[in-house]
Design a protein around this ligand. Structure first.
Ligand code: C5P
Length: 418
């Protein structure tokens, strides 16, 4: 069956690329119906979009003729996917706050279909804390957000905020259209359907497993942040294994470039404090596996403007404060999960440091991994499971095997066999 996209074009200089996007989608056999915001009509005409979509182009909410022919509720639900490309900072702000003051934003509020936003804007607007806050809200609401490209901007500045190439947007749209969304209600984390070919084993059926993964990014100023080399691969593999074992899985992910594993509810966050809020919001859980490489420190105050060096040779004006420890918070939480598992990336005295961490954080097990080699970002992992019962040293193996074995062990422990 032909897949249908409702394309909302908002008013930025990149709006002209929507014409190329429509062509790329039509070449792939996708039907496109377009809506232009008022300001988008300054950049592209309804006529050119109409020629390429071979359909009526919608623009004005209060055009009674259109409302009689097709109601805005109907228009918002006839597509398989709603795409906002380009998505300006303005429309993202409206979406994040549920504002519906024209046809495009009314459709976005009324739709029951998955939504993909493809932001494009000036680099400073992209890094502005208001935009980043709106994006975090949209991701938490289950909106798919594509990362903009970096490069030279139409305004002459250089940085992140360019609309990705139309072919790349079409690839992402195709990927989302191939995903038969089980539940895509806006306001809920987006759950991917279980499509994995490996046999589900049901060992965690009826359990809720909460997992953190990836790094956190702690802003320094609008263009810089503190980060680490965590790829998120091990945490995502554990989430996938838990879903295969039949658990309801909430995966709280820092900024990573990984697809959501099948059957997993994903909440995207950027900072440690957002991660903690998402973790606490997901409780209660039967087991929590904290795999994220959470930044230990954040800047005391992220600067509103880009920090400038003054050539004096003085140290950078950066005061760092400690981030909350998410694992330790859960370890001493009123709703502490029955089984709490932490990870410990160590480069030396691995078991010794892990033992100390067990007690300090109130965890049941610490999965200690030796990151002195190429573990971070690599596909293999070499771990030891440290618990009150002792230390279990596993041979080096691929991260998805570590995940399967760990989930087996968690299922046994929860059922009282471990
Ligand atoms: O103290 P360290 O960072 O080595 O501890 C690692 C473990 O603690 C991991 O499970 C990690 O996800 C978790 N952690 C956390 N919040 C922090 C720091 C670490 O949840 N702020």
């Amino acid at each position: 069956m032909t897949k249908r996209v409702l394309l909302i074009v908002s008013g930025g200089i990149a709006a002209y690329k929507s014409l190329e996007l429509v062509r790329a989608l039509r070449r792939r056999g996708v039907a496109v119906r377009a809506v232009l915001t008022g300001s988008a009509q300054q950049f592209v005409t309804p006529l050119s979009l109409g020629v390429l979509t071979e359909d009526h182009v919608y623009g004005d909410m209060f055009d009674l003729k259109e409302e009689r022919e097709i109601g805005h509720i109907q228009l918002s639900r006839q597509a398989d996917l709603v795409v906002v490309a380009p998505a300006t900072a303005n429309i993202l702000a409206k979406m994040a706050n549920g504002i519906a003051d024209d046809l495009a934003t009314t459709l976005l509020l009324a739709t029951d279909k998955p939504v993909l936003a493809v932001p494009a804007m000036n680099v400073r607007m992209w890094h502005h804390c208001a935009t980043q806050r709106n994006l975090a809200q949209l991701r938490a609401d289950g909106v798919h957000v594509m990362e903009p490209d970096s490069g030279e901007m139409a305004c002459g500045e250089y940085g992140k905020g360019r609309l990705p190439e139309p072919e790349a947007i079409a690839d992402e749209i195709e990927r989302l259209l191939q995903t038969p969304f089980a539940s895509s209600e806006v306001g809920k984390p987006v759950r991917q359907p279980v499509l994995d070919t490996r046999e589900p084993n049901g060992a965690l059926a009826g359990r809720h497993v909460l997992i953190t993964a990836g790094p956190t990014h702690e802003p320094i100023d609008p263009v810089r942040y503190i980060a680490n080399r965590s790829s998120g691969k091990q945490g995502f593999a554990i989430a996938a294994a838990a879903a295969r074992a039949g658990a309801r899985v909430t995966l709280v992910a820092g900024p990573v470039h990984l697809p959501t594993p099948p059957g997993v509810d994903r909440v995207d966050v950027e900072t440690a404090r957002q991660m903690l809020a998402a973790v606490e919001g997901a409780l209660p859980a039967d087991a929590a596996i904290m795999v994220a490489a959470v930044a230990d420190w954040r800047t005391a105050d992220a600067a509103d403007q880009k920090l400038k060096k003054d050539g004096s040779g003085q140290p950078a004006p950066l005061a760092l404060v400690e981030n909350p420890d998410i694992l330790a918070t859960l370890g001493h939480h009123a709703q502490r999960p029955a089984l709490l598992v932490g990870f410990a990336a160590e480069t030396q005295k691995i078991a010794e440091h892990a033992q100390a961490k067990l007690a300090r954080k109130g965890a049941d097990w610490i999965v200690a991994n030796d990151v002195s080699g190429g573990v971070m970002g690599g596909d293999d992992n070499s771990v030891q499971i440290v618990s009150a019962q002792g230390i279990d040293v596993w041979p080096a193996m691929p991260k998805d095997q570590v995940a399967d074995r760990l989930i087996d062990r968690i299922a046994s422990a929860l059922s009282g066999r471990g």
